[in-house]
Design a protein around this ligand. Sequence first.
Ligand code: U2F
Length: 446
Amino acid sequence: TEDSPTGKHVAVFAFPFATHALALLRLVRRIAEASPATMFSFLSSEKSNLACFSGGRRDDGGTCPNLVAYDVWDGAPEGYVPSGRNPVEPVEIFLRAVPGNFESVLRAAERERGCNITCLLTDAFYWFGADMARERSVPWVPVWTAGPSALIAHMETDSIRQIFGTSGKMLDAIPGLSAMRMTDVPKEILDATTPFPTMLYRMGQVLPQATAVVSNSFEDIDPIVEGELHSKLRKFLDVGPFVLSPPPPLSDEHGCIPWLDKQETASVVYVSFGSMIRPPPHEITAIVNALDKAASPFLWSFRGDAQAELPREFLERRTRGKVVPWAPQLHVLGHRAVGAFVTHCGWNSVLESMIGGVPMVGRPFFGEQSMNARAVEDVWRIGVAVEGGAFTEEATADALERVLAGEEGKRMRERAGALKEMALKAVEPQGSSTRNFKALVEIVTG
Ligand code: U2F
């Protein structure tokens, strides 16, 4: 048991999949450092906490003594082994355990730390945060880690379904979504029968009740979308890109940076599909053939077994290409040698590409990635989506050619450079994200 000198105790509920918990922890550490007299209890699954906190510790090892992690049940029965057939299975099992698993551990954390919570900060997915915070008369502050236009889409799900039902193709009837097409909408919005889409729907319904919604973005990124979010929510706080505050130290065990140092400026194609996605074999083959055709050097962060899944001759062309199981992506995209990023358009990847000033070739897979890809192509014009929605040799080679070569590629690079300046400016001491972060600290700990 410990006492908070101020009686302030913030509970944080993380979503223990993909990069969500780590992104939230990054933000929470900053808040905890800014408010050392406030206690923070970070609740996530055991597996997620083990990945986020080094060495199996449950406190922050001295850097943030006021931050303690607690494990919540992941919903899986004793001895459960994921079938692997359905990647969302562990998520669905987890969602069956909420909110009870959070509720019980929260009470335990309150007892252990001798202080009831004074604020609830959650992954935005957790719609139940609205009720829980209301019952306890504390602010609810949800954190959205994905692209901003999807937030509007989730709040406007009923209207989108109506337009879909009347065979509309464009979403220009919905303020903030004029750049989007019906095909860009996360499929969960149109099919809400399973637990994950149901969660997103409920989230969209309750977000306007939140004290403030926090976003991993920056104010100047898209005035139309931003304006709409400001009008829909009680308070909308862009405090991103999270990854810049502070940037992670370079960890390059596969030697990506020395390899890039040997390449010509803006010549290398970097290929990566985030933390989970593995394109199907025929699309892998299409990428391999397109890279051969482009004859550009490439760096590929490959999920899966590269030796088994990529042709041997391709792997042996070491002077022209490098395949690694993990790359220090922020630093890779910031390297002068990288000329294009082949990406699934996960939000962190899009932001990191902007920060590096690198144009993208987008191949969205699920969730809000299609909306991000549309914005990359049509709003910011810093990349292209692969024609036809999936990698074919021809479509991929065309996209690479457009992004890497000629006037079009050059203009994309210039526009990406302008966005990079905006992102860097936002996190400067006088920048908008810094100002919003201070407002967030006030709300959470005030
Ligand atoms: C989900 O996306 P992912 O987590 O799969 O993908 P990103 O948002 O692009 O984040 C991947 C992160 O992993 C890092 C990379 C990004 O910060 O720098 N990384 C790396 O360092 N090295 C590698 O070799 C490969 C990746 C979801 F699928 C999306 O739709 C959402 O937009 C996203 C955010 O909520 O979460």
